[in-house]
Write a new protein. Structure first.
Length: 186
């Protein structure tokens, strides 16, 4: 897309409006990073890998007290596209402990699991390549209305991915289409 197209009001047409997305989460995923991860909760063709997020809302308000100190209060709850709140953080679909000694390398279990899951997605496969059978842990991909915090989610440490990585301060992801999540006032 050229800048002139954007300025003229001609939006970019995505070739694949809803590509499979693997989101990496962990205890350092907080605040705005959690909102980015929540944007994918309940989205078909999206899966979260790693550890639960920190549970830190972005809806904080500061109040100045008479002695000059500031009191920060969380005044909003983070919700997913179904309206469910996640006050204790976002639970991944595939719970995998981060091995910080291999973080970001080819041996990273979270990254390896997410990439393996993406490899099993038909939209990610080369046209002429037959798809192998996916591991049984991926057989029950949540539907858009499913609650990801329900028992029975995979705790496999053999798969973890990376089309999107949600971290404190934002996300590196092809955030396409309508996110459908955000903050709800409490």
């Amino acid at each position: 897309m050229e800048v002139s197209d954007y300025l003229a009001g001609r939006p970019h047409e995505l070739q694949r409006p809803t590509p499979p997305v693997a989101v990496l989460t962990g205890p350092l995923t907080a605040s705005a990073g959690e909102v980015a991860a929540l944007a994918f909760v309940g989205r078909s063709d999206a899966r979260l890998f790693g550890q639960p997020t920190a549970g830190k809302t972005t809806g904080n308000q500061g109040y100045f007290l008479f002695d000059g100190t500031i009191l920060g209060l969380a005044e909003a709850a983070m919700t997913d596209r179904s309206g469910a709140t996640h006050p204790a953080g976002v639970e991944p679909d595939d719970a995998i402990v981060t091995d910080w000694s291999t973080y970001g390398t080819a041996d990273d279990p979270v990254l390896s699991s997410a990439l393996a899951w993406l490899d099993y997605q038909p939209a990610c496969a080369p046209e002429a390549s037959p798809m192998p059978s996916p591991p049984s842990a991926w057989a029950t991909v949540p539907t858009p209305t499913a609650n990801r915090a329900t028992p029975g989610r995979s705790t496999s440490s053999e798969a973890s991915g990376a089309a999107a990585a949600a971290t404190d301060g934002g996300a590196a992801a092809p955030l396409t289409g309508r996110a459908g999540s955000g903050l709800g006032r409490v």
